[in-house]
Design a protein around this ligand. Structure first.
Ligand SMILES: Cc1cc2nc3c(=O)[nH]c(=O)nc-3n(C[C@H](O)[C@H](O)[C@H](O)COP(=O)(O)O)c2cc1C
Length: 190
């Protein structure tokens, strides 16, 4: 692994005031020395269609594939939609999952799930996502899961993270990218 760890942030929400995106921005600020975070744009990927794929993979899908491939790790921040992953995120994963040389393989993936949901519903989503067969996240995208409930109480009106406990939670999460064990490196959940 390179000296400077490159982590790709992927957001499951397009909403301007998205808590998930706010969490990724906070991670950029909290990143330890030697770890950089760039945030992918998956909003311009067309909806997956095998006919389109066969005719030639669209440039935005190729770009996302290349970004995942170039990263040392992936950090996904997403809300849950009806106890599952938002179609935006699932669609991006679907495109990549059809391409050769799976870039999610052998790569640590961390998922921040249910960023804004009430605790009980969020917990259900996290449990589902722990089983790749029941998760919409596809088996190509397994990895450790973390969750943060009631995000609306943790960010100010400008989307800046103000909650100290959450800052510590994210700081520790990011530090985990720097102390990967073998199970992580294989991308398997523990
Ligand atoms: C279509 C839809 C389905 C949702 N389903 C859930 C859900 O299953 N569980 C939950 O906790 N929140 C659910 N929510 C609420 C979202 O978690 C909440 O709006 C969140 O703030 C969106 O994330 P964002 O702030 O990153 O845009 C849903 C929202 C939408 C629009």
């Amino acid at each position: 692994m390179a000296d400077e760890l490159k982590v790709l942030g992927v957001c499951g929400s397009l909403r301007k005031a998205s808590f998930s995106m706010a969490a990724l921005r906070a991670c950029k600020e909290l990143a330890p020395a030697g770890l950089s975070i760039s945030i992918a744009n998956i909003g311009d990927l067309p909806m997956y269609n095998q006919d389109v794929f066969d005719a030639g993979i669209p440039q935005p899908a190729k770009r996302f594939y290349d970004e995942v491939a170039a990263a040392d790790g992936v950090l996904i921040a997403t809300p849950e939609y009806n106890f599952s992953l938002p179609p935006l995120l699932k669609n991006a994963i679907d495109w990549v999952s059809k391409m050769p040389n799976q870039p999610f393989d052998n790569k640590p993936v961390r998922r921040l799930l249910g960023v804004a949901g009430p605790a009980r519903r969020r917990a259900r989503s996290v449990r589902r996502a722990q089983d790749p067969r029941s998760s919409s996240g596809a088996s190509c995208c397994r990895g450790r899961k973390s969750s943060s409930a009631r995000a609306q109480t943790k960010f100010d009106t400008d989307g800046k993270l103000t909650d100290e406990a959450t800052k510590k939670f994210l700081t520790d999460l990011l530090a985990g990218f720097k102390t990967l064990d073998r199970a992580d490196a294989r991308g398997k959940p523990k």
